[in-house]
Every structure is written in structure tokens, then in C-alpha cells.
Design a protein around this ligand. Structure first.
Ligand SMILES: CC(C)(COP(=O)(O)OP(=O)(O)OC[C@H]1O[C@@H](n2cnc3c(N)ncnc32)[C@H](O)[C@@H]1OP(=O)(O)O)[C@@H](O)C(=O)NCCC(=O)NCCS
Length: 219
């Protein structure tokens, strides 16, 4: 049933793409090559995002969750506290995305507690990629933050280690993240866990920010 729905979506996207390209050849005289390629690139990006979201939600339906001491899955009642920790800890204060992910990505939105108080959170999204091996399942850390009161007590490390163990169990082949080059505490934490810097890039973390892409290979 799910597979049928996916194939219907993909067929619709491909058909739309064909119509789009045909449209260009008819209007070829009035549209510059740069405009055509820019619009094709953005259309391709939408297509890839649609594929990612569709396969991601299929993978999440079969997600195996494990019991972890002091780590829980997000629920609605935790959101005000999580949004406060995000606002105090991060420059990216995109609350809408965290609220959306707390519903759509509940299985991979982890919350760590300390004496029944929310100490921090870490949320991932899934990123299936096509490779010569077939479909490879990767995940990306979208956001992680520990409440200032609970920092430097091992919470960040425990949250990452335990959630990454669950990623491994679910066949995720590597975990990716983007971190500002000046965020030393976070970089040190990631390196301690085994992440490696792959590349330095601009404008992924935010405008006028330079980031490292870091990766932890699991398979
Ligand atoms: C980065 C962050 C999540 C670390 O969480 P934490 O719970 O304080 O980290 P831990 O106590 O588990 O520390 C684990 C390791 O990280 C490194 N680390 C943590 N805080 C550090 C600091 N202030 N300076 C240098 N290294 C630090 C250390 O290597 C530490 O190991 P050690 O205790 O053996 O020295 C936390 O500082 C935070 O929430 N920062 C604000 C939000 C943020 O920057 N998120 C990351 C966005 S990409």
C-alpha cells in the first residue's frame, strides 16, 4: 500500500518534471539559459526533498526504539521547555521546525532528563541516498542543545551515544551534522564520539556563517 503511494508520488513528480522541461522548449526564445538551469536546479531540489521526506517517513514507520535510562521520546508537554533550551543555547531559533519535527520525527527526537527535569534534546532527520550499493540510509542531526544548568555533566555525550546506538540498530550507515567552525564545545563533543570533519562550507548553518560538515560512519 505504502509502496504504491510512493510510486504514485514519484510518477506524478516525474510527469510534472517532463511537462516543465517541455514547457521550456516551447518558450525557448523568451527564457535565458541561466534562468532555465536555475529553475531546473530548484525543481530538482524539490524532487529530492520529496523523495527524502517520503522514504524518511516510510523508514520511520518501521523504526525500532530501545529503552534508555533517562532518555525519552519527545511529547507535546515537553515542547515549552525544549523551545526555551533551544532559544537560550542556539543562534538558530527556528521554533516552527522543532514543533513540526516533534510530530513528524517523534521516534528520532530524543529528550534527556536529569532528576525528572528536561536537561536537553537532540533531533535527527533521515536522509536516504542513492549510491552504487542501492539505497543508503543516513541521518542528520538537525538540532542538539543541553540546558546551561546541565552542561559539562556528560548529558550531551550520553544523549548522542545512546541515540547513535539506536541509529546503528536501525541500519543507518552514517550520521552527519553541520556545526559552526567557532563552536568549540560542540566540535570537541562530536570529535570525542568519533565524528570527523569532512568539509568546511559557507551558508549551511546560517547566512554569513562558516560550518564544518562532520560525519560518523556506522557501517
Ligand atoms: C555542545 C553541547 C551540546 C555539549 O553538551 P554537554 O552536555 O555540556 O557536553 P558533555 O558534558 O557531554 O561533554 C562531552 C565532551 O564535550 C566536550 N565539551 C563539552 N563542553 C565543552 C566546553 N565548554 N569546552 C570544551 N569542550 C567541551 C568535552 O570534550 C567533553 O568531554 P570531557 O567532559 O571528557 O572533557 C552544549 O554545550 C550545548 O548545548 N551548547 C549549546 C547548543 C549547541 O551549540 N549545540 C550544537 C549545535 S551544532
Amino acid at each position: 500500500m505504502e509502496q504504491k503511494r510512493v510510486s504514485v508520488i514519484i510518477t506524478a513528480v516525474i510527469k510534472n518534471t517532463e511537462n516543465y522541461i517541455n514547457g521550456f522548449s516551447i518558450k525557448g526564445d523568451s527564457m535565458g539559459l541561466t534562468q532555465v538551469s536555475t529553475r531546473l536546479v530548484s525543481y530538482f531540489e524539490i524532487f529530492m526533498k520529496l523523495l527524502r521526506d517520503t522514504f524518511g517517513s516510510l523508514l520511520l514507520k518501521k523504526w525500532i526504539s530501545t529503552e534508555k535510562e533517562n532518555i525519552e521520546r519527545v511529547d507535546e508537554t515537553m515542547l515549552p521547555e525544549i523551545l526555551r533550551i533551544q532559544a537560550e543555547g542556539l543562534d538558530d531559533k527556528n521554533q516552527e521546525n522543532l514543533i513540526k519535527y516533534s510530530k513528524k520525527l517523534k521516534n528520532i527526537f530524543y529528550v534527556i532528563k536529569n532528576q525528572d527535569k528536561i536537561a536537553g534534546y537532540c533531533v535527527y532527520y533521515l536522509k536516504p541516498e542513492l549510491s552504487f550499493k542501492g539505497l543508503v540510509k543516513k541521518s542528520v542531526i538537525y538540532s542538539i542543545a543541553i540546558d546551561k544548568k546541565f552542561q559539562k555533566m556528560g548529558c550531551g555525550r550520553k544523549l548522542l551515544e545512546e541515540s547513535i546506538e539506536e541509529m546503528r540498530l536501525n541500519g543507518i550507515s552514517s550520521v552527519l551534522l553541520y556545526v559552526n567552525v567557532n563552536n568549540t564545545p560542540a566540535i570537541k563533543l562530536y570529535e570525542k564520539i568519533g565524528f570527523q570533519i569532512i568539509i568546511k562550507i559557507a551558508s549551511v548553518c546560517g547566512q554569513e556563517e562558516t560550518c564544518y560538515t562532520m560525519e560518523l560512519k556506522l557501517a
